[in-house]
Ligand binder design. Structure first.
Ligand code: NAD
Ligand code: UGA
Length: 439
């Protein structure tokens, strides 16, 4: 099938590459010309394992192209996915400016049937608004009469995670399609047929809600684990054992119960906010979700207080930060907990050194001063008064702590992701503090 994807970011690019991989002809469109130029040279603008190689292979096979023109792409595609950003407004609402903008542009160049699919995460009712926007912006001659151009709008939310995006897209737990016509349902089922995935068909509003509800539920699981971690610290219990014991109950499940320094990323924080706002507008006070958000903020603050308590004085201390990205295997710094933690340390007068395998370029744009970036964990640790682990990159699991300890001024480690076992660090003289480990 000929498919256009508008927005070649973390979701659009992965979607485009993977749809080309399963046999479609895909054009990825982005209005950031620099990005398009990079993509045309065979370079992925984001770090996502496996993506760049796959992208190059599919370009060679002529199944994947890149463009900065919606018009050109829309002309030759029957199906157009919208995968632009839907960031938070100040009041927590999803900002749908980019979605509207793209819908208008698509409408302006439609001269034959198109299926327009929302891939971006959007609040319920957006599909209806996209439909209306297209209707209002169709060239007059195509609105009615014998030249009338038919079109459908559908919702097809995306559930991939950064860091395992290709794998998640190719092996989804489910594909959700929100449709209002048989034609749209048939087309979307045809597109996803090669994945042999479980397909959930519903109306557009339900599909939109499934996405917000899924992200909010996962965020709630994390906040539940983080709340438990606070209690565990006080009563001398180990949160890792507690969630292991809970998670073996199939109704609960072990995943997304890792206590830590809080969830971040471009989606959980903004989608929880947007879902709270949608509920408010629907006349329902979703106080459960407000608490989920509040626990997440509190978790970052209490980690900072804990560090301060153990170090006593932060002013003038050198703190080495292991990991900056909001999670491992990505270069994404959007809403990374490292931002709040590092800013908190700096505001107390600490000197911060940091190392991350992929996110330092993006981090440099956020921390303009107060942070020194190192080429590796060993160089970073030299002369530090403590280490703070904020992202559980696999390479940190293999660090030589004997070597690290030698260069440090004080051997203390605060493990914001419960990556290490205390006994493995204590043997090299470290004071070890995890989260909710009963200290
Ligand atoms: P992103 O910022 O990485 O990508 C968005 C892209 O859209 C950018 O490259 C931008 O230049 C482009 N764009 C904006 N306006 C445009 C226009 N008028 N024409 C062409 N291109 C335009 O964002 P993202 O992380 O890929 O997220 C996109 C959407 O997908 C969001 O709604 C997000 O919630 C959702 N989502 C993201 C993830 C994820 O893991 N990042 C997962 C599931 C869903
Ligand atoms: C999340 C969802 O998992 C995806 O299904 C969804 O498609 C995506 O949001 C989206 O809508 O953008 P992502 O943000 O890429 O994916 O990463 P996650 O693995 O969900 O992690 C999010 C944050 O939660 C990270 O900061 C991570 O460290 C934290 N987390 C995760 C925990 O603190 N504990 C856990 O047990 C799991």
């Amino acid at each position: 099938m000929n498919i256009a994807i508008v927005g070649a970011g973390y979701v659009g690019l992965v979607t485009g590459v993977c749809l080309a991989e399963i046999g479609h002809h895909v054009v990825c469109v982005d209005n950031n010309r620099e990005k398009v130029a990079k993509l045309r040279q065979g370079t992925s603008p984001i770090y996502e394992p496996g993506l760049e190689e796959m992208m190059r292979r599919l370009v060679k096979k002529k199944r994947l192209t890149f463009s900065s023109s919606i018009q050109q792409a829309a002309k030759k595609s029957e199906v157009i996915f919208i995968a632009v950003g839907t960031p938070s407004k100040k009041n927590g609402d999803a900002d749908l400016t980019y979605v509207e903008n793209v819908a208008r542009q698509i409408a302006g160049c439609m001269d034959s049937y198109k299926l327009i699919v929302e891939k971006s995460t959007v609040p319920a009712d957006t599909g209806k608004r996209v439909q209306r926007t297209i209707m209002l912006n169709l060239p007059k001659k195509y609105r009615s009469g014998k030249n009338k151009v038919e079109f459908d709008v559908a919702s097809n939310p995306e559930f991939l995670r950064e860091g395992s995006a290709v794998e998640d897209f190719m092996n989804p737990d489910r594909v959700v399609i929100g449709v209002e016509s048989e034609r749209a349902e048939t087309l979307l089922k045809e597109i996803y047929k090669p994945l042999k995935a479980k397909i959930v068909v519903t109306n557009i509003n339900s599909a939109e809600i499934i996405k917000h509800a899924s992200n909010s539920f996962l965020a709630a699981k994390i906040s539940f684990a983080n709340a438990l971690s606070q209690i565990c610290d006080h009563v001398g219990a180990d949160v890792l054992k507690v969630v292991e014991g809970m998670g073996l109950d199939k109704r609960i499940g072990r995943s997304f119960l890792n206590a830590g320094v809080g969830y971040g990323g471009s989606c959980f924080p903004k989608d929880v906010d947007a879902f709270i706002r949608l509920s408010e507008k629907s006349g329902y006070e979703f106080s459960l979700l407000k608490e989920v958000r509040q626990i997440n903020e509190q978790q970052k603050r209490s980690f900072l207080h804990f560090i301060e308590d153990k170090l006593w004085i932060l002013k003038g201390k050198t703190i080495g930060v292991l990991g900056l990205a909001f999670k491992p295997d990505t270069d994404d710094m959007r809403c990374a907990p490292s931002i709040d933690v590092i800013n908190g340390l700096i505001s107390e007068g600490a000197r911060v050194r940091a190392y991350d395998p992929q996110a330092m370029e993006n981090a440099k744009k956020i921390f303009k001063k107060g942070v020194t970036f190192s080429q590796d964990a060993y160089m970073m640790a030299k002369g530090c008064d403590c280490l703070v682990l904020l992202t559980e990159w696999a390479e940190f699991g293999g660090l030589d702590f004997k070597r690290i300890a030698k260069g440090m001024r004080q051997t203390i480690l605060f493990d914001g992701r419960n990556m290490y076992a205390a006994k493995n660090l204590e043997k090299f003289g470290f004071e070890y503090y995890g989260i909710g480990r009963g200290v």
